[in-house]
Design a protein around this ligand. Structure first.
Ligand SMILES: [Zn+2]
Length: 274
């Protein structure tokens, strides 16, 4: 599964050190990179073409994962009902196990469909490498991203499905700080609301997940030896507006990003255990 995976990336001000794990059967690099930020409500992807000398942005998209949200909320609800209604602890544990098994199968099915759809254009996919993330501790203890790592098996599963379905290479980059990295102008980012990445230097509010996918792309391009200077790039100018934070409205076509679905302590994150 992990053939030819970049295992470690160290970036300092002046140099980039990269360790590769090279195995047999290495797949070629696609003509296009699709860098995805996965969270349980949406899949945010920044796409870049590698065909010319200079990498160029060719798209950014948000795919709402309504089915995944539904599966999780169903499970939370049923688990609560079991806890309330089944008093015998052994019986309850057994029922919970069964429920969890069914939950996992539903998640697996949903991820199969999603990955098959995503792989159709067959670019090289870029993901955050979630293997290095420790389960407990770490600087970002209370952040949304940290919470998602508590239940990272669906992400890992999705990544491995994409990796094996794609005929092109899948690239993994270090996951640390992709939501506080400053891919555009280098200004420090703040998060006045969970979905917002505000550039302290320019005062611009970016969509956090989309900007994170841009940061993931930038890391991958550095890995490939094709560094990308975002703010100086012409393709960035034409896509810039797509990265701006817009409070969701029902008509915005980004219905998966409503306030309720995005609430940091909502159903989705705190009460779901796979
Ligand atoms: Zn800025």
């Amino acid at each position: 599964m992990d053939k030819g995976r970049a295992s470690e990336l160290l970036i300092t001000d002046r140099k980039v050190c990269l360790t590769f794990v090279v195995g047999e059967g290495r797949k070629p690099l696609g003509e296009k990179l699709v860098a995805s930020d996965l969270n349980f409500k949406s899949l945010d992807s920044t796409k870049a073409a590698l065909s010319s000398d200079q990498p160029a942005l060719v798209g950014v998209e948000t795919q709402p994962l309504k089915e995944m949200v539904r599966i999780q909320n169903d499970f939370s609800r049923r688990r609560m009902m079991l806890q309330r209604n089944v008093t015998n602890p052994q019986k309850r544990a057994k029922k919970l196990r069964e429920r969890r098994g069914r939950q996992r199968n539903r998640v697996r099915d949903a991820l199969h469909k999603l990955s098959t759809r995503q792989v159709k254009e067959n670019p090289s996919f870029v993901f955050e490498d979630l293997k290095g993330i420790r389960k407990n501790g770490g600087e970002k203890k209370r952040s949304r991203r940290f919470r998602t790592y508590l239940n990272r098996w669906p992400y890992r599963l999705y990544q491995s499905m994409v990796e094996y379905k794609s005929t092109n290479r899948t690239i993994y980059v270090s996951p640390r700080g992709t939501s506080s990295e400053r891919p555009v102008c280098g200004g420090r980012l703040e998060h006045p609301a969970w979905a917002v990445s505000r550039c302290v230097k320019c005062g611009v509010d970016y969509d956090r997940d989309r900007l994170a996918s841009m940061a993931i792309l930038c890391r991958a391009l550095r890995l490939c030896g094709r560094p990308f200077a975002v703010s100086a790039d012409a393709s960035w100018q034409s896509f810039k507006d797509e990265y701006l934070y817009t409070p969701a409205t029902p008509e915005s076509g980004r219905a998966g990003r409503t306030k309720a679905a995005n609430a940091p302590n909502g159903d989705v994150y705190e009460s779901t255990h796979f």
